[in-house]
Design a protein around this ligand. Structure first.
Ligand code: KMH
Ligand code: ZN
Length: 271
C-alpha cells in the first residue's frame, strides 16, 4: 500500500469555542495548530478561516494572513483552502482563496442536505470553480457527500474540465447526506475511477472507525475538529494534533507508514 496521507481539518465553518474551547480561530492560532498537526503526522491542512468575531469568512485577506503565518512558522504540509465556506455563502464569496494559488483547494461535487440547511453546489458552480482553479494552477480535492457527487466529478472529467490526477474526499455522516457506514464507504470507493486516490472523512463519532477502515483499505484519512470535536464519548479533544496522533498510532500498529508532506505531493502527483 502507498503511504498514508493524513489531512487535518482543524477549524471548519460550523463550530465555535462554545462547542470546543480549543478551536483555533486567529491566523496565529490556525498556524500553530497546523504546525502541531503536521508534527503529529498530517501532510495536508484543510483550511477554513474566521474573522475577528470568530465568524466564518472566505475573504482573501484572512486566508492570506493564515497562510503567511503558516509559512513563517515553517509549515511544509500542503495547504488546502476550502471553497465550500459555510452553508449559504454565494459562489463569488466562496471561490476567493483560489486566487492565492494554493497547491490544492476543495471542490464540493454536488448539492446535499447539511443538517437543517442545503449546501448548494450545482454543475454551473462547479464548472466555474474548476475554471478558476485551472487559471491559478490549483489541484481540486473532490469532496463527495453523496454517491451522485462522484458521478458529477466523472462528468466534469469527461467534459475536459477536470484534468490530471483525481483525488476524492468521501465525507460520510453529514446529517441528511450519505450516512457513515462501512457499506457506504465500500459502495462509494467502488464508484471511483480506477486511478483515483481517496480520503475518507467520517463525521462525529464515525471519524475514528472510518479512519481505521481507510487505513486498512489503502485509502487516506481526514481527522480534525471540523468533522469531530471529541476524543471519545463525552471527552472533548484538546487539540487537532491529539486526533492526528491517535490515527498515526493506529496506522503504525497496522503497518501502514505515514506520508511526509513531500511524499503526499508525490502520491497526489502535485507539481
Ligand atoms: N462547511 C461546509 C458547508 C469544504 O470545505 O469544501 C462545507 C465544507 C466543504 O466544509
Ligand atoms: Zn471544509
Amino acid at each position: 500500500m502507498e503511504k498514508l496521507i493524513i489531512t487535518a481539518a482543524n477549524c471548519g465553518a460550523e463550530l465555535s469555542r462554545e462547542d470546543n474551547p480549543n478551536l483555533p480561530i486567529s491566523a496565529e492560532e490556525l498556524a500553530q495548530e497546523a504546525l502541531l498537526a503536521e508534527k503529529a503526522g498530517a501532510s495536508i491542512i484543510h483550511l477554513h478561516v474566521r474573522d475577528e468575531a470568530g465568524q466564518p469568512t472566505q475573504s482573501i485577506q484572512y486566508f492570506e494572513k493564515a497562510i503567511t503565518a503558516m509559512e513563517r512558522m515553517g509549515l511544509e504540509a500542503i495547504i488546502q483552502p476550502s471553497t465550500g465556506g459555510a452553508v449559504g455563502m454565494d459562489w463569488q464569496e466562496r471561490i476567493q482563496p483560489v486566487s492565492l494559488s494554493p497547491e490544492m483547494a476543495t471542490l464540493d461535487c454536488g448539492t446535499s442536505n447539511f443538517g437543517e440547511e442545503i449546501f448548494v453546489n450545482d454543475l454551473p458552480l462547479m464548472r466555474n470553480f474548476l475554471k478558476e482553479m485551472d487559471k491559478y494552477n490549483v489541484m481540486p480535492e473532490l469532496e463527495c457527500f453523496e454517491a451522485g457527487h462522484i458521478a458529477n466529478a466523472v462528468r466534469l472529467k469527461e467534459e475536459g474540465l477536470l484534468t490530471g490526477h483525481l483525488h476524492f474526499d468521501l465525507v460520510l455522516g453529514v446529517p441528511g447526506a450519505m450516512t457513515a457506514s462501512l457499506e457506504n464507504l465500500f459502495f462509494m470507493v467502488k464508484q471511483l475511477p480506477k486511478e483515483a486516490t481517496w480520503t475518507v472523512a467520517g463525521i462525529g463519532r464515525y471519524q475514528l472507525p472510518l479512519a481505521v477502515q481507510g487505513i486498512l483499505l489503502g485509502g487516506h484519512i481526514r481527522v480534525g475538529f471540523e468533522d469531530n470535536i471529541y476524543y471519545r464519548k463525552g471527552k472533548l479533544a484538546v487539540s487537532n494534533a491529539q486526533l492526528v496522533s491517535r490515527v498515526v498510532r493506529v496506522a503504525k500498529e497496522l503497518d501502514r507508514e505515514v506520508a511526509s508532506p513531500q511524499e503526499a505531493r508525490e502520491i497526489l502527483s502535485l507539481k
